[in-house]
Ligand binder design. Structure first.
Ligand SMILES: Cc1cc2nc3c(=O)[nH]c(=O)nc-3n(C[C@H](O)[C@H](O)[C@H](O)COP(=O)(O)OP(=O)(O)OC[C@H]3O[C@@H](n4cnc5c(N)ncnc54)[C@H](O)[C@@H]3O)c2cc1C
Length: 372
């Protein structure tokens, strides 16, 4: 196979846009199709760490990501009364940039979309694929708007419910892990400079993370037997019920959870694909390849790391050896994050046989600080 000159990215989210920027910067012609005609993202907060900042910095966007978010000192584990058990401070090893950030998903989207637009990368909104036909020399793609194209490489960056994954690996589906996550934005108490995780309550955990100088978000992750669906009007009461019994800042913050329409509830699902994440000239990245639960706050970082590594390898080598090298560099790391996230959730649901979540989280943070 020759080197890729023309690449299609299906999905204009975190990984797809990062891949588009990385490939374009290496002189490769790249196009993006995004299913959502409005290109909207959830109004939620996300937590990111040093490896996310480093990966975005490799795309020249580290300082913009930091400016778009709120840099805090690191993560702390607390008991249910709010006493600090362990601090996991961030570091400034990434070109002096802070490592631990809270940022809103729309703020991250803005950083990425502004760069894509500034580079002039073609993005077609409201468009997906109808069919992908890889004949060994290229991939013929029929799009939902009736157009066609031929590409040297197709990247499926279409998230947790990936249609590209479904087309190539129909048996692979996200599985419910037994927990759900509740999120709500509240005012940030002045002086709060940590993301706090309160542990020790049966079947789950809760905490908060600064997002802006004015705002933080509360999260609560609990076992939700039977994967229930909650009537929209009950969401604030349901979330408050899960936050009962906590002390410290969380007790005060929980009082702000009043508007059911502002609660974001998601059942937790994971789909960690075995290697390889490619067939021929079609490859998956990000959640499409390895969606995990949010226990380590690593979904966005893993997607951007995939994108950076894939862009490096595709620019260097012929398509088949680039994809093999990509897998070699990405598989164990993404699997470690995915399986460790799921294990943390299992420990929360089965405290009688649990290991130490503080020790595991610390170990993974240190591992992820190593270069990709
Ligand atoms: C509520 C919530 C909170 C989260 N919190 C955190 C956090 O704190 N920290 C963290 O690191 N991660 C967090 N994540 C996970 C993180 O957002 C994902 O891991 C990350 O966005 C993965 O990037 P991606 O590019 O693989 O997928 P996405 O960013 O989901 O992008 C996929 C894109 O593909 C598009 N698409 C889907 N299907 C098609 C199709 N058939 N054709 C064309 N386009 C398509 C979608 O519209 C979307 O734009 C959270 C996720 C959610 C939902």
């Amino acid at each position: 196979m020759s080197k890729a000159n023309r690449v299609l990215i299906i999905g204009g989210g975190v990984g797809g846009l990062a891949a588009a920027i990385g490939l374009h910067q290496r002189g490769i012609a790249v196009e993006v199709v995004e299913r959502d005609k409005d290109w909207k993202v959830y109004q939620v907060g996300i937590i990111v760490q040093a490896n996310f900042v480093r990966a975005l910095n490799m795309l020249g966007l580290g300082d913009r990501a930091v400016a778009a978010g709120y840099a805090y000192r690191g993560a702390r584990f607390l008991d249910i009364d709010g006493n600090v058990l362990k601090e996991l401070p961030g570091d400034t090893a990434v070109d002096g940039l802070p490592s631990d950030l809270g940022l809103t998903r729309p703020a991250l989207h803005k950083v990425l979309t502004e760069k894509v637009r500034a580079l002039g990368i073609p993005v077609r909104l409201g468009v997906s694929f109808d069919s992908l036909c890889d004949d060994g020399d290229g991939v013929d793609v029929k799009f939902t708007d009736g157009t066609c194209g031929r590409y040297d490489l197709v990247i499926g960056a279409d998230g947790n419910y990936s249609a590209v994954r479904k087309a190539l690996w129909p048996e692979a589906k996200p599985q419910y892990t037994g927990q759900g996550v509740w999120r709500y934005n509240v005012p940030r108490p002045e002086g709060l400079e940590w993301a706090d995780i309160y542990i020790g309550k049966d079947k789950g955990k809760a905490g908060y993370c600064p997002l802006t100088p004015e705002e933080m978000y509360i999260f609560a992750v609990f076992e939700e037997p039977g994967n229930p669906r909650f009537p929209a009007a009950t969401l604030a009461a349901e979330m408050r019920r899960r936050l009962e019994g906590y002390g410290g800042i969380l007790a005060e913050a929980a009082r702000h959870v009043t508007d059911p329409s502002l609660v974001v509830y998601r059942p937790l699902e994971a789909c960690i694909m075995p290697a390889p994440w490619y067939q021929g000239r079609i490859v998956l990245i990000g959640d499409a390849a390895h969606s995990a639960t949010p226990h380590l706050g690593q979904g966005a970082a893993m997607a951007v790391e995939d994108a950076v590594v894939l862009a490096e390898e595709v620019a260097e080598r012929e398509v088949d050896s680039a994809l093999a090298a990509f897998m070699e560099r990405r598989f164990e790391r993404a699997k470690l994050v995915g399986l460790s996230s799921i294990r943390l959730g299992e420990w929360e649901m089965h405290p009688e046989s649990a290991g130490d979540p503080m020790q595991l989280t610390d170990q993974i943070r240190k591992k992820l600080a190593e270069p990709v």
